[in-house]
Design a protein around this ligand. Structure first.
Ligand code: SAH
Ligand code: SF4
Length: 347
């Protein structure tokens, strides 16, 4: 028996069955192992009481369940926790647990670095290093369970950490499917949000592969092409093409896209920008998340003042658009949107 070649934590029950079949282990063990990892949230082989000794021993020896490990942990005054995630090649990413009433949202990373390189985002400032494997992406959710507060239960997952999820399509899709698996965490598809800067082919594939069920957030940040190019520097797709791809997305009834719009002082925060945004979004069902820019050391850009933010918001609301102001969480521990960066990448 040898688990080393297998991505056990990112395997489906059927794949585990296949793996066990090749090792001469009875197929029902696959469901037991999947249950321990994904439903019970146990990664220590010794605690997997209904598995035979030889399987537990090999799981322990190979370290196959430790796809990632937790490094430093930072806790914000608002209860947000940022976990440094150590990868086997000594690179690091970050994941954030965000409590909000009865909700617990985890923000996960999909890449080391990011090739899109948005002007205001810390995560892309050192370029792209590599894609995370599916085992490393789901691993962030599995290891974070040790950092829930008593009574907390994961309710939402957002792909809004480091990286552009749709540039790592297959591994992100697999993670989405594992998170929603009925024998595992069993999250509803509407509770797992994939956020993209606008990868057209990825949006199209995601629509097809999930029947439009995956909750989609689009980081738009601009309502005219020139401003968009200034802010989202590394993206080829035009705004018109992105809106077109959303029109074609097989969105289920009563569902809406989330549009993320980082408000940057003097760049995209005028009344005219707001009116252009209303016009641009008119043909599609949306809710808009407004995020006043979180300032950080790697960008000169600043957030607008509160009066400007309120005026911008009011224009959208007056035209019937649902607007959510993204609360700034974990700012004191650099866990807020756009502030994440692997530790090693900084040095
Ligand atoms: N790459 C994906 C997902 C990760 S970023 C994407 O861009 O959608 C998650 C969100 O944080 C995006 O909407 C991004 O634009 C936003 N963000 C990045 N830098 C920010 C900053 N400095 N202040 C506020 N939000 C920021
Ligand atoms: Fe990449 Fe998203 Fe940051 Fe842009 S905002 S650099 S796409 S992680």
């Amino acid at each position: 028996m040898n688990f080393e070649d297998y991505q056990i934590v990112s395997s489906t029950p059927d794949e585990l069955k296949q793996m066990f079949a090749e090792m001469g282990v009875p197929p029902f063990r696959a469901a037991q192992l999947f249950d321990w990892i994904h439903k019970k949230g146990v990664l220590a082989p010794a605690e997997m009481t209904n598995l035979p000794e030889n399987i537990k021993a090999e799981l322990a020896r190979s370290g196959a369940l430790q796809s990632v490990q937790v490094g430093d942990v930072f806790t914000s005054v608002d209860g947000t926790r940022k976990l440094e995630i150590m990868l086997r090649d000594e690179k690091t990413v970050e994941t954030v647990l965000i409590p909000d009433g009865a909700k617990l949202t985890q923000c996960i990373s999909s890449q080391v670095g990011c090739s899109v390189g948005c002007e205001f985002c810390r995560s892309g400032k050192f370029g792209f290093k590599r894609n995370l494997t599916a085992a490393e992406i789901i691993g962030q959710v599995l290891v974070a369970r040790d950092y829930y507060n008593p009574g907390e239960q994961l309710t939402n997952v957002v792909f809004m950490g480091i990286g552009e999820p749709l540039h790592n399509y297959d591994n992100v899709l697999r993670t989405y499917q594992l998170l929603c698996h009925p024998d595992g965490l069993n999250l509803s598809s509407r509770k797992v949000t994939i956020s993209t800067a606008g990868i057209l082919r990825g949006i199209e594939k995601l629509g097809r592969d999930t029947d439009g069920k995956a909750a989609l957030a689009i980081s738009l940040h601009a309502a005219d092409e020139a401003t968009r190019r200034r802010l989202v520097t590394g993206m080829k797709a035009s705004l018109a093409e992105i809106i077109d791809s959303l029109k074609k997305y097989p969105l289920p009834k009563r569902r809406r896209f989330t549009i993320e719009y980082v408000l940057v002082k003097g760049v995209n925060d005028s009344d005219e920008d707001a009116r252009n945004l209303v016009r641009l979004l008119n043909p599609i069902p949306v809710k808009v998340n407004l995020l006043p820019l979180n300032p950080h050391d790697l960008s000169d850009m600043e957030p607008p003042d509160d009066v400007r933010v309120a005026a911008f918001q009011q224009i959208l609301v007056s035209k019937g658009i649902s607007v959510f102001m993204r609360k700034r969480r974990g700012d004191d521990i650099k866990a807020a949107c756009g502030q994440l960066l692997g530790k090693k990448e900084e040095s």
